[in-house]
Write a protein that binds this ligand. Structure first.
Ligand SMILES: Nc1nc2c(c(=O)[nH]1)N[C@H]1C(S)=C(S)[C@@H](COP(=O)(O)O)O[C@H]1N2
Ligand SMILES: [Mo]
Length: 428
């Protein structure tokens, strides 16, 4: 097990402060100045909700926001919003073939029926919704930035599988990747794009979930703030694959992932990491009172077996000794409680959405096929009792279905930031 970092992870509040500071500077200087594991595209985050409130579905406005752009697309209004084609009436999706050939890409991609603004064939929102009535999917996903050790929110997303949109374009050849991007100004610096392999777009293994073009969130049209009118949602991936303000699909024969996140030194193909997150604790608890700890846990690509906490006493109330393997070695890890499925999904889901129609739920029983649902998050908790007066440190970690305890098997944080989160408190 890798030791927790010497200073402990950023608390939610510290994180908000640090990202606000980052957002104040230009992207170039952010890239230069940011610590290697900071998110260069973070924006100031609205005040976080109190740590003890984790509704199963996060209201659209309460997600923590990670958006680049100057101005950010969600701040546009009036004519600028219309010109950007970010209203339901003006939104269009173009699907084109990338003609590029170079030293390693020998043949250009081609598509029989591209969808373009110039020809008047670009897809509009009524046509996408119409497709959705026949082919639509719904799915609950935890949105989590690869670079930020706090989940951003969880939504019920609804839309059309990418493969059904690609099917509109007829025969395609020499296509190895689908590259896609959202609205940005004419400044190429602001482009935010991501990509999938052709097979990831077209084929879904049993029990897994298809990438889709979403137009509803929590039973409502996706608000501009969350990437509407249409946002890509990649169920198994970190947030950077779920491009907001989606407007272009480019079918390319270039086999290399050209995601914007690659330039920030991230592993663009690492799927959502199974990881536990610890809510802030009070600094001091009266002797004799139990201490409740808890937070969120994401069931990522490798599923979730359990959440555990470790507790260690810090010597004599002195400042905490530096963390390290030695300090945590031999600390017994104890199982935590994971919130069970809600007794009545009708209280959680929008009125017109039966649980059996949501991917990941059994179509007959309307109950989740796995718990937690794949790529979703739930709360966990534990109660620490009978602690003698003194100083303590507690840490929490997730164990995946392969038996790996966080941050294993991804000690490389650019594959998904998931350090063991710790908190210190005193019993007095
Ligand atoms: N167009 C666009 N889409 C984007 C981004 C962006 O900057 N521009 N940021 C991405 C990143 S890095 C993350 S983590 C998620 C965050 O989603 P949220 O703001 O809805 O929480 O959006 C992704 N989609
Ligand atoms: Mo991100």
């Amino acid at each position: 097990m890798k030791p927790p970092p010497a200073t402990g992870p950023l608390t939610r509040r510290e994180f908000v402060r640090s990202t606000s500071a980052l957002a104040a500077s230009a992207l170039a200087s952010r890239l230069a100045a940011a610590p290697p594991d900071a998110d260069p595209f973070s924006s100031p985050i609205p005040a976080a909700p109190p740590a003890d409130t984790h509704p199963f579905l996060t209201p659209a406005a309460d997600f923590e926001d990670v958006s680049r752009g100057n101005p950010k697309p969600f701040t546009l209004t009036g004519d600028a919003l219309t010109a950007a084609r970010l209203t339901p009436a003006t939104w269009r999706l173009e699907v084109t073939a990338d003609p590029t050939v170079d030293a390693v890409v020998k043949f250009p991609a081609s598509v029989a029926r591209p969808l373009t603004l110039a020809d008047g064939t670009a897809l509009d929102l009524p046509a996408l919704e119409d497709l959705g009535r026949k082919k639509g999917v719904r799915f609950i996903k935890a949105m989590q930035c690869l670079n930020i050790p706090t989940p951003l929110g969880q939504g019920l997303w609804e839309g059309v599988p990418l493969r059904d949109v690609l099917a509109l374009c007829g025969t395609i050849s020499n296509v190895r990747r689908i590259c896609y991007w959202g609205f940005h100004t004419n400044d190429p610096e602001q482009l935010f794009r991501s990509s999938l392999s052709y097979s990831q777009a077209m084929e879904t293994p049993p029990g897994d979930l298809p990438p889709f073009l979403a137009y509803r969130l929590n039973g409502e049209p996706i608000p501009l703030l969350r990437g509407g009118p249409v946002r890509m949602v990649i169920p198994w991936a970190h947030g950077f694959k779920s491009v907001k303000w989606l407007q272009h699909l480019s079918l390319t024969n270039d086999f290399r992932a050209n995601d914007t996140y690659a330039i920030a030194n991230n592993d663009t193909e690492s799927p959502l990491k199974t990881a536990a997150y610890l809510d802030d604790l009070a600094k001091r608890y009266p002797a004799g009172q139990s201490v409740s700890i808890g937070g969120l846990v994401i069931s990522g690509w490798s599923g979730l077996k359990r959440v555990e906490y470790g507790l260690r006493r810090l010597e004599n109330g002195a400042p905490a000794s530096p963390d390290g393997d030695a300090a945590w070695n031999g600390i017994p890890w104890q199982p935590c409680r994971i919130a069970p499925p809600p007794a009545d999904w009708r209280r959680i889901l929008p009125k017109d959405v039966p649980a059996r129609d949501v991917l990941g739920f059994d179509a007959q029983t309307g109950q989740p096929s796995t718990w937690p649902l794949r790529y979703s998050m739930v709360t966990w908790s534990a109660t620490l009792k009978d602690l003698a007066p003194g100083h303590y440190e507690v840490g929490a970690r997730a164990v995946d279905l392969n038996g790996f305890a966080q941050p294993e098997p991804r000690p490389v944080q650019k594959a998904g930031r998931n350090p063991i989160q710790t908190a210190r408190f005193e019993i007095a």
